[in-house]
Design a protein around this ligand. Structure first.
Ligand code: FES
Length: 321
């Protein structure tokens, strides 16, 4: 026995396999149904409005219910990737303009990004604007080039990925290879310490040649991010996005409030436990974030004791990349 599914203004299909989700039914009918998270109940792009036959739609599962609650969806707004039917329905896709159609056609069933737990490092030169204003433009370019070459070294040596340069700032991602959040934090902190060491050497040159020196702030946070290629199809760029990135940036800014060069979040401290040589800790309100965040100054990193066989971590499952 088949049931009728009418995609309003798009197609009407007869469906026999009711094990399929509405998204699978839609895709099988050739409808370019956008699904940014790849059907994992992590976005709202596949959502549909049930126009008729809501009684033939199975109740929300836990993941859909959580997202619907967060987004304040009415009962007839459903995530197509999570929704199954038991009888005929008429529905309308909601994210449906021409651009989305093209995106859906080019990305197929793939998610636009991937969820990962990574460490993010931000660094910035203090009072760079006044420095740039008081020096010749080509001197600034020369010094900045030398600066990026110096401090980029430790990032790359520690397995980091330089995500972007923002004026005089850098954002770097750690953990893309190791898939171990503690290792990602260790690498990020080690890179930050290396950057400060390189800066000391650069400052000798800057004092001698330009009668100036740089001070920088570094912030590190770890947490969930979405990574992937983003941007215009002709200029796509790999990056990480999410609140973890925003918080790492705010932690870097907080180095000015605390009056230190490098701060890490409580989450980084927890993962590095005895390894971190910590200085002051301070509760700080981060701009644009609610509540206070406990930030800790980093003075160094102790060598880790080699794990015994008993304590050795279980091997990572093979990557499905
Ligand atoms: S595709 Fe993201 S929630 Fe359905």
């Amino acid at each position: 026995m088949s049931v009728t599914v009418e995609f309003d203004r798009e197609a009407t299909v007869e469906v026999e396999d009711l094990e399929q989700s509405l998204l699978e039914i839609s895709r099988a009918a050739g409808i370019p149904h956008i699904s940014a998270c790849g059907g994992n109940a992590r976005c709202s792009t596949c959502r549909v409005m049930i126009l008729e036959g809501l009684e033939n739609v199975a109740p929300r599962n836990k993941t859909e219910a959580k997202l619907a609650d967060r987004k304040g969806f009415d009962a007839q707004i459903r995530l197509a990737c999570q929704t199954h039917i038991t009888g005929p329905v008429r529905l309308r896709r909601l994210v449906i303009d021409e651009e989305d159609r093209k995106i859906a056609q080019s990305s197929g069933r793939k998610a636009t990004g991937k969820d990962r737990k990574l460490a993010i490092l931000f660094s910035d030169i203090r009072r760079f604007t006044s420095f740039a204003e008081s020096h010749l433009a080509y001197d600034v370019i020369h010094i900045l080039g030398r600066y990026f070459r110096k401090i980029g070294g430790p990032v790359l040596e520690c397995g980091g990925y330089i995500d972007k340069y923002m004026g005089d700032g850098i954002m770097a991602i750690f953990g893309l290879e190791s898939r171990d959040p503690a290792q990602a934090c260790r690498d990020a902190v080690r890179a930050g310490l290396g950057m400060l060491k390189e800066l000391d050497e650069l400052n000798v040159y800057l004092r001698e040649q330009f009668d100036t020196e740089f001070r920088i702030g570094i912030g590190v946070h770890v947490g969930p991010v979405i990574i992937g290629e983003m941007g215009h199809p002709k200029k796509m760029q790999f990056t990480a996005i999410g609140d973890t990135v925003n918080i790492a940036s705010r932690i870097e800014s907080a180095t000015k409030i605390v009056g230190t060069s490098m701060l890490v979040s409580a989450e980084v401290c927890a993962l590095l436990r005895d390894e971190l040589v910590a200085g002051r800790s301070q509760r700080v309100n981060l701009k644009g974030k609610t509540g206070e965040h406990l930030l800790t100054e980093v003075l160094g990193l102790r060598e880790r004791e080699a794990p015994t066989d008993e304590a050795a971590p279980a091997p990572e499952p093979p990557s499905d990349d």
